[in-house]
Design a protein. Structure first.
Length: 293
């Protein structure tokens, strides 16, 4: 008795290396009989040959059957995303709100510092446009523009954090941004470059010293890369009231509610990020503020 033709083709396919063990449970109507198999050599996978790189599957097995069998083999209940794919919520929404509040106060402080000078500049330019002899108005506009640029340089060095290493010469170029009512002494400061963490604090120390002297006075910055001391002296000199509270509990610097608390809070937060400590030195008059390890 001769061997059926379909069985001979099945044996030929086996000798050609064509594996007929299907990992998925294919429907019988999709597989058909072995007489439809062709013992072609395996081909490299390609998009035109379907998902398995074999023309047999793309010709005889519908895509719906492939997807249904794949779901059954992987034990997938549905195609909907699982809970693991859901976005991870913020673990500490209170801290996120505090960071947002700090950014809002920073923007408010920046607008306050620049609005006055920008208004003077605009008024001087309008006056120069209407005055037959605009020399005086243009001189006023020139002075206002210079003060505005100096203030922007100081605020950028203090708050943007992209100034790199700071030296005494760099600070001397930033001093005009404090205004003309302060006498700033940097002669006792090391002339070399300061490390990155302390460099970020130096412009902020200048801003804090200006806030401690509302009626003007003398501001002295001294020290070396190991530590810096800020001393203020003048009529009505005094550190912002919130500074002592921030030094006692640095984490409360995130909970500020007023723009006047911004500069002390930023100084404490930047010092903590750099691994530096802030402390008062001396008890007579207004104590000096020291920054170091």
């Amino acid at each position: 008795m001769s061997t059926p033709r379909s069985r001979r083709r099945y044996w030929a396919a086996s000798k050609a290396g064509l594996s007929l063990r299907l990992p998925l449970q294919w429907p019988k109507r999709a597989i058909g009989t072995f007489g439809r198999l062709r013992p072609d050599p395996p081909k490299a996978p390609s998009f035109k040959h379907g998902a398995f790189g074999n023309p047999f599957f793309s010709k005889w097995i519908p895509k719906a059957c492939l997807w249904r069998s794949l779901r059954q083999s992987l034990n997938l209940a549905s195609c909907t995303p699982s809970s693991e794919d859901a976005p991870i919520p913020d673990p500490d929404p209170v801290a996120a709100g505090e960071r947002l509040r700090l950014a809002e106060l920073l923007a408010a402080r920046l607008s306050h510092d620049l609005a006055g000078l920008a208004g003077v500049l605009a008024a001087a330019l309008e006056l120069a446009a209407d005055d037959p002899d605009p020399a005086e108005a243009l001189a006023l506009a020139r002075d206002a523009a210079g003060e505005l640029a100096a203030r922007l340089r100081l605020l950028r060095a203090a708050w943007a954090g992209d100034g790199g290493d700071v030296s005494r010469r760099t600070l001397e170029a930033l001093v005009p941004g404090l205004g003309g009512r302060l006498r700033v002494d940097l002669s006792a400061l090391d002339p070399g470059a300061f490390p990155a963490g302390l460099s970020r604090l130096l412009p902020n120390l200048l801003l804090l010293g200006a806030e401690a002297l509302p009626r003007g006075g003398a501001l002295t910055l001294s020290g070396s890369p190991a530590g810096v001391t800020l001393a203020v002296e003048g009529a009505g000199a005094g550190w912002p009231p919130a500074l002592r509270g921030f030094l006692a509990a640095p984490h409360t610097a995130w909970t500020i509610t007023e723009p006047r608390q911004l500069q002390p809070a930023l100084l404490v937060l930047l010092a903590g990020a750099a691994g530096l400590a802030l402390r008062f030195e001396g008890s007579a008059g207004t104590p000096a503020l020291h920054v170091g390890r």
